[in-house]
Design a protein around this ligand. Structure first.
Ligand SMILES: [Zn+2]
Length: 109
């Protein structure tokens, strides 16, 4: 058997590395989607930014396992999402806010 203590240390390192990568990917995802809420323009805190699937096909959960996929795959999924803040996201889900049609993200560079 392997030394359990060492395994535990290593495991913690791996968890941290994955968490770090997830944050990094979320940052990239947000940048890719224009950097701000596509409804109200909110951009203060990345932790309050959500990706809302416009296709209704929810096989991809950004913030979950999806982040371990390749960036290419992530981009394919991002193209089916809009970037909104948590507040607007709840409003969309609650039917208070209408999605502004198909949003085209203008890419700057
Ligand atoms: Zn918003």
């Amino acid at each position: 058997m392997v030394d359990k203590r060492k395994y535990a240390d290593r495991r913690e390192e791996l968890i941290k590395a994955v968490a770090k990568r997830r944050r990094k990917v979320k940052t990239l995802a947000i940048e890719y989607k224009g950097g701000k809420c596509q409804i109200c323009g909110y951009h203060k805190y990345q932790g309050a930014m959500d990706l809302h699937h416009i296709t209704g096909n929810k096989k991809f959960g950004i913030g979950e396992k999806g982040y371990t996929r390749s960036w290419k795959k992530i981009k394919e999924e991002l193209d089916k999402c809009i970037l909104v803040c948590a507040n607007c996201h709840r409003e969309i889900e609650g039917g208070v806010t209408q999605l502004p049609g198909v949003i085209r993200v203008e890419k700057s560079g």
